[in-house]
Design a protein around this ligand. Structure first.
Ligand code: CO8
Length: 303
Protein backbone atom coordinates (compact mmCIF):
# COMPACT_ATOMS: atom_id res chain seq x y z
CA UNK A 1 0.00 0.00 0.00
CA UNK A 2 2.76 2.37 0.94
CA UNK A 3 4.52 1.46 -2.28
CA UNK A 4 1.42 2.14 -4.29
CA UNK A 5 0.84 5.46 -2.59
CA UNK A 6 4.44 6.46 -3.28
CA UNK A 7 4.28 5.41 -6.90
CA UNK A 8 0.98 7.16 -7.40
CA UNK A 9 2.13 10.40 -5.93
CA UNK A 10 5.41 10.33 -7.82
CA UNK A 11 4.20 9.28 -11.26
CA UNK A 12 0.42 9.45 -11.37
CA UNK A 13 -1.75 6.51 -12.25
CA UNK A 14 -1.52 6.90 -16.01
CA UNK A 15 2.24 7.02 -16.19
CA UNK A 16 2.46 4.07 -13.82
CA UNK A 17 0.17 2.08 -16.05
CA UNK A 18 2.02 3.07 -19.18
CA UNK A 19 5.26 2.06 -17.47
CA UNK A 20 3.68 -1.25 -16.61
CA UNK A 21 2.49 -1.79 -20.15
CA UNK A 22 5.72 -0.78 -21.84
CA UNK A 23 7.64 -3.03 -19.47
CA UNK A 24 5.41 -6.02 -20.07
CA UNK A 25 6.19 -8.52 -22.80
CA UNK A 26 2.85 -10.17 -22.06
CA UNK A 27 4.50 -13.37 -21.21
CA UNK A 28 6.90 -13.24 -18.31
CA UNK A 29 7.37 -9.57 -17.68
CA UNK A 30 10.53 -7.60 -17.14
CA UNK A 31 11.01 -6.60 -13.58
CA UNK A 32 10.79 -3.23 -11.96
CA UNK A 33 13.40 -3.38 -9.14
CA UNK A 34 11.22 -1.41 -6.77
CA UNK A 35 8.40 -3.92 -7.15
CA UNK A 36 10.71 -6.85 -6.60
CA UNK A 37 12.10 -5.29 -3.47
CA UNK A 38 8.57 -5.04 -2.11
CA UNK A 39 7.55 -8.60 -2.94
CA UNK A 40 5.71 -10.31 -0.15
CA UNK A 41 3.94 -13.59 0.29
CA UNK A 42 0.68 -12.05 1.34
CA UNK A 43 -0.59 -8.58 0.83
CA UNK A 44 -3.70 -6.58 1.45
CA UNK A 45 -4.63 -3.33 -0.21
CA UNK A 46 -7.93 -1.56 0.22
CA UNK A 47 -9.29 -3.21 -2.91
CA UNK A 48 -7.51 -6.57 -3.05
CA UNK A 49 -6.38 -9.27 -0.67
CA UNK A 50 -3.73 -11.62 -1.99
CA UNK A 51 -2.96 -14.85 -0.15
CA UNK A 52 0.09 -16.53 -1.63
CA UNK A 53 0.86 -20.05 -0.46
CA UNK A 54 4.61 -20.61 -0.97
CA UNK A 55 4.33 -24.37 -0.57
CA UNK A 56 1.74 -24.84 -3.34
CA UNK A 57 2.84 -21.91 -5.49
CA UNK A 58 -0.77 -20.72 -5.72
CA UNK A 59 -2.06 -17.23 -4.97
CA UNK A 60 -5.70 -16.48 -4.22
CA UNK A 61 -6.71 -12.95 -5.10
CA UNK A 62 -9.86 -11.74 -3.35
CA UNK A 63 -11.45 -8.69 -4.95
CA UNK A 64 -12.85 -6.38 -2.27
CA UNK A 65 -14.09 -3.22 -3.92
CA UNK A 66 -17.53 -2.66 -2.35
CA UNK A 67 -20.32 -2.68 -3.05
CA UNK A 68 -20.06 -4.72 -6.28
CA UNK A 69 -16.35 -5.02 -7.25
CA UNK A 70 -16.80 -2.62 -10.14
CA UNK A 71 -13.64 -2.31 -12.19
CA UNK A 72 -12.79 1.33 -11.55
CA UNK A 73 -9.57 3.02 -12.63
CA UNK A 74 -8.27 2.79 -9.05
CA UNK A 75 -9.18 -0.87 -8.76
CA UNK A 76 -7.68 -1.77 -12.13
CA UNK A 77 -4.44 0.01 -11.26
CA UNK A 78 -4.04 -1.98 -8.06
CA UNK A 79 -5.13 -5.15 -9.79
CA UNK A 80 -2.55 -4.83 -12.59
CA UNK A 81 0.26 -4.15 -10.12
CA UNK A 82 -0.74 -7.16 -8.02
CA UNK A 83 -0.91 -9.50 -11.04
CA UNK A 84 2.43 -8.24 -12.31
CA UNK A 85 4.04 -8.88 -8.92
CA UNK A 86 2.79 -12.46 -8.93
CA UNK A 87 3.78 -12.96 -12.57
CA UNK A 88 7.33 -11.84 -11.78
CA UNK A 89 7.59 -14.25 -8.89
CA UNK A 90 8.82 -17.51 -10.40
CA UNK A 91 7.57 -19.42 -7.37
CA UNK A 92 3.99 -18.34 -8.10
CA UNK A 93 2.57 -20.73 -10.71
CA UNK A 94 -1.15 -20.49 -10.14
CA UNK A 95 -3.69 -17.72 -9.55
CA UNK A 96 -7.27 -18.02 -8.34
CA UNK A 97 -9.49 -14.98 -8.77
CA UNK A 98 -12.47 -14.63 -6.48
CA UNK A 99 -14.64 -12.07 -4.72
CA UNK A 100 -14.97 -11.01 -1.11
CA UNK A 101 -18.26 -9.28 -1.84
CA UNK A 102 -21.45 -11.20 -1.19
CA UNK A 103 -23.42 -12.27 -4.29
CA UNK A 104 -21.20 -10.47 -6.81
CA UNK A 105 -17.99 -11.61 -8.49
CA UNK A 106 -17.66 -8.32 -10.37
CA UNK A 107 -20.24 -5.88 -11.76
CA UNK A 108 -17.92 -5.15 -14.67
CA UNK A 109 -16.46 -1.84 -15.66
CA UNK A 110 -17.25 1.00 -13.32
CA UNK A 111 -19.88 2.96 -15.21
CA UNK A 112 -18.97 6.08 -13.25
CA UNK A 113 -15.55 6.02 -14.97
CA UNK A 114 -17.31 6.27 -18.34
CA UNK A 115 -20.14 8.65 -17.47
CA UNK A 116 -19.66 12.43 -17.52
CA UNK A 117 -15.88 12.10 -17.64
CA UNK A 118 -13.33 13.99 -19.77
CA UNK A 119 -11.84 12.34 -22.88
CA UNK A 120 -8.49 12.23 -21.02
CA UNK A 121 -10.01 10.32 -18.12
CA UNK A 122 -11.79 7.93 -20.48
CA UNK A 123 -8.51 7.26 -22.32
CA UNK A 124 -6.67 6.54 -19.07
CA UNK A 125 -9.48 4.29 -17.91
CA UNK A 126 -9.57 2.34 -21.16
CA UNK A 127 -5.79 1.81 -21.13
CA UNK A 128 -6.21 0.27 -17.67
CA UNK A 129 -9.00 -2.02 -18.92
CA UNK A 130 -6.79 -3.16 -21.81
CA UNK A 131 -3.90 -3.73 -19.41
CA UNK A 132 -6.02 -5.90 -17.11
CA UNK A 133 -7.08 -8.05 -20.07
CA UNK A 134 -3.57 -8.30 -21.52
CA UNK A 135 -2.05 -9.26 -18.19
CA UNK A 136 -4.60 -11.97 -17.50
CA UNK A 137 -5.06 -13.35 -20.99
CA UNK A 138 -1.32 -13.70 -21.52
CA UNK A 139 -0.45 -14.87 -18.03
CA UNK A 140 2.01 -17.72 -17.70
CA UNK A 141 0.31 -18.73 -14.47
CA UNK A 142 -2.55 -21.21 -14.39
CA UNK A 143 -5.52 -18.91 -13.83
CA UNK A 144 -8.83 -20.07 -12.37
CA UNK A 145 -11.93 -17.92 -11.92
CA UNK A 146 -13.80 -18.88 -8.75
CA UNK A 147 -17.05 -17.11 -9.63
CA UNK A 148 -18.97 -16.80 -6.40
CA UNK A 149 -21.59 -14.32 -7.60
CA UNK A 150 -22.93 -12.42 -10.61
CA UNK A 151 -20.45 -11.49 -13.26
CA UNK A 152 -21.84 -9.21 -15.99
CA UNK A 153 -19.89 -7.49 -18.80
CA UNK A 154 -16.32 -6.67 -17.70
CA UNK A 155 -16.71 -9.20 -14.86
CA UNK A 156 -17.50 -11.85 -17.44
CA UNK A 157 -14.52 -10.71 -19.53
CA UNK A 158 -12.24 -11.07 -16.52
CA UNK A 159 -13.51 -14.63 -15.98
CA UNK A 160 -13.09 -15.44 -19.66
CA UNK A 161 -9.39 -14.58 -19.52
CA UNK A 162 -8.84 -17.43 -17.07
CA UNK A 163 -7.88 -20.98 -18.02
CA UNK A 164 -10.87 -22.47 -16.18
CA UNK A 165 -14.11 -21.15 -14.68
CA UNK A 166 -15.90 -22.58 -11.65
CA UNK A 167 -19.20 -20.93 -10.78
CA UNK A 168 -21.49 -21.14 -7.76
CA UNK A 169 -24.57 -23.19 -8.58
CA UNK A 170 -27.09 -20.49 -7.74
CA UNK A 171 -29.93 -19.54 -10.12
CA UNK A 172 -29.80 -15.95 -8.88
CA UNK A 173 -26.31 -15.42 -10.28
CA UNK A 174 -25.79 -14.45 -13.88
CA UNK A 175 -22.89 -14.03 -16.24
CA UNK A 176 -22.50 -12.69 -19.76
CA UNK A 177 -21.49 -9.80 -21.99
CA UNK A 178 -24.60 -7.62 -21.66
CA UNK A 179 -23.14 -4.43 -23.16
CA UNK A 180 -25.89 -3.90 -25.75
CA UNK A 181 -28.41 -3.67 -22.91
CA UNK A 182 -26.57 -0.52 -21.82
CA UNK A 183 -26.63 0.82 -25.38
CA UNK A 184 -22.91 0.20 -25.79
CA UNK A 185 -20.95 -2.30 -27.85
CA UNK A 186 -18.50 -4.94 -26.63
CA UNK A 187 -15.12 -4.17 -28.24
CA UNK A 188 -13.54 -6.64 -30.68
CA UNK A 189 -11.26 -8.16 -28.06
CA UNK A 190 -14.18 -8.82 -25.67
CA UNK A 191 -15.92 -10.49 -28.63
CA UNK A 192 -12.82 -12.47 -29.61
CA UNK A 193 -12.31 -13.74 -26.05
CA UNK A 194 -15.92 -14.93 -25.97
CA UNK A 195 -15.65 -16.59 -29.41
CA UNK A 196 -12.48 -18.38 -28.27
CA UNK A 197 -14.50 -19.79 -25.36
CA UNK A 198 -17.99 -20.60 -26.67
CA UNK A 199 -17.74 -20.32 -30.46
CA UNK A 200 -18.98 -17.89 -33.10
CA UNK A 201 -22.72 -18.54 -33.30
CA UNK A 202 -23.31 -18.52 -29.56
CA UNK A 203 -21.25 -15.34 -29.22
CA UNK A 204 -23.13 -13.63 -32.04
CA UNK A 205 -26.47 -14.22 -30.39
CA UNK A 206 -25.22 -13.50 -26.87
CA UNK A 207 -23.62 -10.20 -27.86
CA UNK A 208 -26.43 -8.91 -30.06
CA UNK A 209 -29.02 -9.57 -27.35
CA UNK A 210 -26.71 -8.68 -24.44
CA UNK A 211 -27.61 -12.01 -22.83
CA UNK A 212 -26.94 -12.68 -19.19
CA UNK A 213 -26.97 -16.43 -18.50
CA UNK A 214 -27.97 -18.15 -15.29
CA UNK A 215 -25.20 -20.35 -13.93
CA UNK A 216 -26.82 -23.52 -15.33
CA UNK A 217 -27.30 -21.97 -18.79
CA UNK A 218 -23.71 -20.67 -18.68
CA UNK A 219 -22.56 -24.24 -18.08
CA UNK A 220 -24.67 -25.50 -21.01
CA UNK A 221 -23.01 -23.14 -23.51
CA UNK A 222 -19.52 -23.61 -22.04
CA UNK A 223 -19.25 -20.07 -20.69
CA UNK A 224 -18.25 -21.67 -17.40
CA UNK A 225 -16.63 -25.09 -17.02
CA UNK A 226 -18.11 -26.35 -13.76
CA UNK A 227 -20.84 -25.57 -11.24
CA UNK A 228 -20.45 -26.40 -7.57
CA UNK A 229 -22.33 -25.48 -4.39
CA UNK A 230 -21.47 -21.95 -3.35
CA UNK A 231 -19.46 -22.98 -0.29
CA UNK A 232 -17.27 -25.24 -2.44
CA UNK A 233 -16.23 -22.76 -5.13
CA UNK A 234 -12.87 -21.92 -3.61
CA UNK A 235 -11.96 -25.44 -2.47
CA UNK A 236 -12.80 -26.78 -5.94
CA UNK A 237 -10.68 -24.05 -7.52
CA UNK A 238 -7.79 -25.03 -5.27
CA UNK A 239 -8.09 -28.70 -6.26
CA UNK A 240 -8.40 -27.78 -9.94
CA UNK A 241 -5.32 -25.59 -10.00
CA UNK A 242 -3.29 -28.45 -8.50
CA UNK A 243 -4.38 -30.69 -11.37
CA UNK A 244 -3.36 -28.11 -13.96
CA UNK A 245 -0.02 -27.58 -12.24
CA UNK A 246 0.82 -31.26 -12.69
CA UNK A 247 1.46 -30.49 -16.39
CA UNK A 248 5.03 -29.29 -17.06
CA UNK A 249 4.92 -25.48 -17.03
CA UNK A 250 6.82 -24.90 -20.27
CA UNK A 251 4.60 -27.22 -22.31
CA UNK A 252 1.41 -25.75 -20.87
CA UNK A 253 2.60 -22.17 -21.28
CA UNK A 254 3.70 -22.60 -24.89
CA UNK A 255 0.37 -24.26 -25.69
CA UNK A 256 -1.55 -21.44 -24.01
CA UNK A 257 0.43 -18.86 -25.92
CA UNK A 258 -0.12 -20.73 -29.20
CA UNK A 259 -3.90 -20.66 -28.59
CA UNK A 260 -4.12 -17.04 -27.44
CA UNK A 261 -1.35 -15.13 -29.20
CA UNK A 262 -3.28 -14.19 -32.36
CA UNK A 263 -6.05 -12.64 -30.23
CA UNK A 264 -3.54 -10.83 -28.02
CA UNK A 265 -1.55 -9.55 -31.00
CA UNK A 266 -4.70 -8.07 -32.50
CA UNK A 267 -5.07 -5.74 -29.52
CA UNK A 268 -1.37 -5.02 -28.90
CA UNK A 269 -0.94 -3.87 -32.48
CA UNK A 270 -4.05 -1.66 -32.26
CA UNK A 271 -3.96 -0.36 -28.71
CA UNK A 272 -3.86 3.37 -29.40
CA UNK A 273 -6.52 3.13 -32.13
CA UNK A 274 -8.70 1.09 -29.77
CA UNK A 275 -8.35 3.77 -27.06
CA UNK A 276 -9.21 6.51 -29.53
CA UNK A 277 -12.21 4.52 -30.76
CA UNK A 278 -13.43 4.00 -27.19
CA UNK A 279 -13.03 7.68 -26.27
CA UNK A 280 -14.87 8.86 -29.40
CA UNK A 281 -17.64 6.33 -28.82
CA UNK A 282 -18.17 6.70 -25.09
CA UNK A 283 -18.17 10.52 -25.08
CA UNK A 284 -20.92 10.75 -27.75
CA UNK A 285 -24.04 12.47 -26.41
CA UNK A 286 -26.27 9.55 -27.40
CA UNK A 287 -24.05 7.02 -25.60
CA UNK A 288 -23.80 9.20 -22.50
CA UNK A 289 -27.59 9.42 -22.51
CA UNK A 290 -27.88 5.61 -22.66
CA UNK A 291 -25.45 5.22 -19.76
CA UNK A 292 -27.37 7.81 -17.73
CA UNK A 293 -30.62 5.94 -18.32
CA UNK A 294 -29.01 2.64 -17.37
CA UNK A 295 -27.70 4.13 -14.11
CA UNK A 296 -31.20 5.44 -13.36
CA UNK A 297 -32.60 1.97 -14.04
CA UNK A 298 -30.09 0.42 -11.60
CA UNK A 299 -31.14 2.86 -8.91
CA UNK A 300 -34.88 2.39 -9.55
CA UNK A 301 -34.54 -1.38 -9.50
CA UNK A 302 -33.07 -1.03 -6.04
CA UNK A 303 -35.90 1.07 -4.61
N1 CO8 B 1 -20.49 0.52 -12.18
C1 CO8 B 1 -20.76 1.45 -11.24
N2 CO8 B 1 -21.68 1.27 -10.26
C2 CO8 B 1 -22.36 0.11 -10.25
C3 CO8 B 1 -22.14 -0.89 -11.21
C4 CO8 B 1 -21.16 -0.65 -12.22
N3 CO8 B 1 -20.87 -1.55 -13.18
N4 CO8 B 1 -22.96 -1.92 -10.95
C5 CO8 B 1 -23.67 -1.58 -9.86
N5 CO8 B 1 -23.31 -0.35 -9.43
C6 CO8 B 1 -23.81 0.38 -8.26
C7 CO8 B 1 -25.34 0.54 -8.28
O1 CO8 B 1 -25.73 1.65 -9.05
C8 CO8 B 1 -25.61 0.71 -6.81
O2 CO8 B 1 -25.27 2.03 -6.45
P1 CO8 B 1 -26.08 2.82 -5.28
O3 CO8 B 1 -25.88 1.99 -4.04
O4 CO8 B 1 -25.42 4.16 -5.22
O5 CO8 B 1 -27.52 2.88 -5.72
C9 CO8 B 1 -24.60 -0.22 -6.13
O6 CO8 B 1 -23.56 -0.41 -7.09
C10 CO8 B 1 -25.17 -1.57 -5.76
O7 CO8 B 1 -25.79 -2.13 -6.89
P2 CO8 B 1 -27.09 -3.07 -6.78
O8 CO8 B 1 -28.01 -2.54 -5.74
O9 CO8 B 1 -27.64 -3.22 -8.17
O10 CO8 B 1 -26.41 -4.42 -6.25
P3 CO8 B 1 -27.02 -5.92 -6.36
O11 CO8 B 1 -26.20 -6.73 -5.42
O12 CO8 B 1 -28.51 -5.91 -6.21
O13 CO8 B 1 -26.71 -6.37 -7.87
C11 CO8 B 1 -25.33 -6.55 -9.82
C12 CO8 B 1 -25.38 -6.55 -8.28
C13 CO8 B 1 -26.04 -7.79 -10.36
C14 CO8 B 1 -23.86 -6.59 -10.23
C15 CO8 B 1 -26.04 -5.28 -10.34
O14 CO8 B 1 -25.52 -4.15 -9.62
C16 CO8 B 1 -25.85 -5.02 -11.80
O15 CO8 B 1 -26.45 -5.67 -12.62
N6 CO8 B 1 -24.99 -4.02 -12.13
C17 CO8 B 1 -24.77 -3.60 -13.49
C18 CO8 B 1 -23.78 -4.47 -14.14
C19 CO8 B 1 -23.51 -4.04 -15.53
O16 CO8 B 1 -24.38 -3.93 -16.37
N7 CO8 B 1 -22.26 -3.76 -15.81
C20 CO8 B 1 -21.83 -3.33 -17.11
C21 CO8 B 1 -20.70 -2.38 -17.02
S1 CO8 B 1 -20.08 -2.00 -18.65
C22 CO8 B 1 -18.81 -3.11 -18.94
O17 CO8 B 1 -18.36 -3.79 -18.06
C23 CO8 B 1 -18.20 -3.20 -20.33
C24 CO8 B 1 -18.24 -1.95 -21.05
C25 CO8 B 1 -17.52 -2.01 -22.39
C26 CO8 B 1 -17.55 -0.64 -23.02
C27 CO8 B 1 -17.27 -0.67 -24.46
C28 CO8 B 1 -17.62 0.64 -25.13
C29 CO8 B 1 -16.97 0.75 -26.49
Amino acid sequence: MALRATLRSKCGVSSLLSRLSSCSSHGRVCVSPVLVAQRRNNSTSPKLKVDFNQSTGVAVMHMQNPPVNSLSLGFLTEFCIAVEKLEMDKSCRGLILTSSQPKVFSAGLDIMDMYGKSPEHCAEFWRAVQEMWLKLYSSNMVTIAAINGSSPAGGCLMSLTCDYRIMADNPRYSIGLNETQLGIVAPFWFKDTMINTVGHRTTEMALELGLLYSSSDALKIGLVDQLVPEDQVLTTATKTVTKWLAIPDHARQITKSMMRKPTIDKLTSNREADIQFFVNFITKDSIQKSLGMYLEMLKKRKS
